[in-house]
Design a protein around this ligand. Structure first.
Ligand SMILES: [Zn+2]
Length: 394
């Protein structure tokens, strides 16, 4: 029994590994749904709860500071970091722990200051999208604030647990819609899990490319263009409300989460910006993370950031030579030492080119720039698509 539990824990830890950096950054969850054992408490125990509380408290403090002065300042140990105005968001009511906003006719966003999502009220019921564990059961309260209609549909933006891990809060008979690759990933997790109740429910309705959801008087368009952040990550568009939901690509007011938001496909991640801007007529983008929702301008700003990063990475790859580093470290005898110095030198050069322009424009530039430089320079070294982009830009 003990062995089975240990094995189950190992498997869940393995499944969670892909999203662990995101969870560590954005706060771990401690949802108590009463309907389904919580994945994250099961994996991380009480430590998870305290990490989430600490993170959400710090988000709340940043928001309070930003309400009180023009430029908010967060102090962590010995470092002081300016948070640009662009990174500030609305205050999350501390008594409720979430904020609901109507962002279009019968379309609502819900945010806890670190994660956000949206739900749509139709005359036949509610279409919920995602189920971030940081929101957990508060999501149900947010929906109940604006309607007493039943939740009939749930859409998964993608398979990552930090966005859908609390899906067990919804009724068992809800229709769960996702792109085929999202179902494949969850089925794979189910097939190796000893505790399958810890995996979000598998979708009951899937599509390969496009699907128009007409529920009652409301319309949502779901589109898949291939891998970007993760295989199966879709564009969710409310045409009548001119709202686009696209998760883990754009981070309004902030540079992306580390390593281009741990994108599985760097070229797909870059291209997703252009698809959003070229294919959709939207005023608001629900992007899944951080302090506020976004606009078209936020997507354009992050596209500019990514373009600058492509150029800085291409320049660094070109300027730093492997033989020059070999001379510094005394030859080729220890290739990992050589690569370590080579990568460090390239990353530093890329960071030096990027920070002056972006450190006061978007939040978090100092925290993650080196990691973005790593992803883009390494992609430029080995990915044919990114190498081709570098050539076009030079
Ligand atoms: Zn994700």
């Amino acid at each position: 029994m003990q062995n089975a539990k240990s094995l189950g824990l190992m498997i869940i830890l393995t499944i969670s590994l892909a999203v662990l950096p995101m969870l560590l950054h954005d706060g771990l969850t401690s949802v108590k749904t009463g309907m389904r054992p919580n994945l994250f408490e099961y994996v991380y125990g009480e430590q998870a709860k305290s990490a989430e509380e600490v993170y959400l408290k710090s988000v709340s403090e940043v928001q309070q500071q930003s309400d009180n002065r023009n430029s908010s300042v967060t102090t962590t140990n010995n470092t002081t970091t300016q948070v640009p105005n662009a990174a500030k968001g609305p205050t999350i009511p501390t008594d409720k722990g979430y904020l609901v906003q109507e962002i279009g006719e019968d379309l609502y966003s819900v945010s806890d200051g670190s994660y956000n999502t949206m739900f749509m009220v139709t005359d036949e019921g509610v279409i919920a999208i995602d189920a971030p564990p940081t929101l957990g059961a508060k999501y149900l309260k947010a929906i109940a604030e604006v309607t007493n209609k039943p939740i009939t549909h749930l859409i998964y933006s993608h398979a990552h647990l930090d966005h859908i891990g609390a899906a067990g809060i919804f009724p068992d008979n809800v229709t769960i819609v996702a792109q085929q690759e999202t179902e494949d990933e969850l089925q794979r997790a189910m097939s190796i899990a000893t505790n399958t109740s810890a995996i979000p429910p598998v979708p009951t309705m899937t599509f390969p490319k496009n699907m128009t959801m007409q529920v009652g008087n409301q319309t949502l368009e779901l589109d898949y263009y291939g891998n970007n952040h993760l295989p199966g990550n879709i564009f969710i568009y409310a045409p009548n409300q001119r709202v686009l939901m696209l998760v883990d690509i754009v981070f309004p007011g902030w540079i992306p989460f580390a390593y281009l938001a741990i994108a599985k496909d760097t070229a797909g991640f870059i291209q997703a910006h252009d698809i959003a801007l070229n294919n959709y007529d939207f005023n608001t983008i629900v992007a899944g993370h951080l302090t506020r929702l976004g606009t078209r301008a936020d997507v354009e700003v992050q596209r500019e950031f990514v373009t600058d990063l492509e150029k800085a990475a291409a320049d660094a790859n070109q300027n730093v030579t492997f033989s020059g580093i070999a001379n510094q470290v005394g030859g080729f005898d220890n290739p990992w030492l050589l690569f370590r110095e080579y990568i460090d030198t390239i990353n530093k050069q890329c960071e030096d080119e990027m920070l002056p322009k972006w450190e006061n424009r978007l939040g978090g530039a100092e925290s993650f720039m080196l990691m973005h430089c790593f992803t883009m320079t390494q992609s430029g070294r080995v990915d044919p698509t990114i190498r081709a982009l570098f050539q076009d830009g030079s």
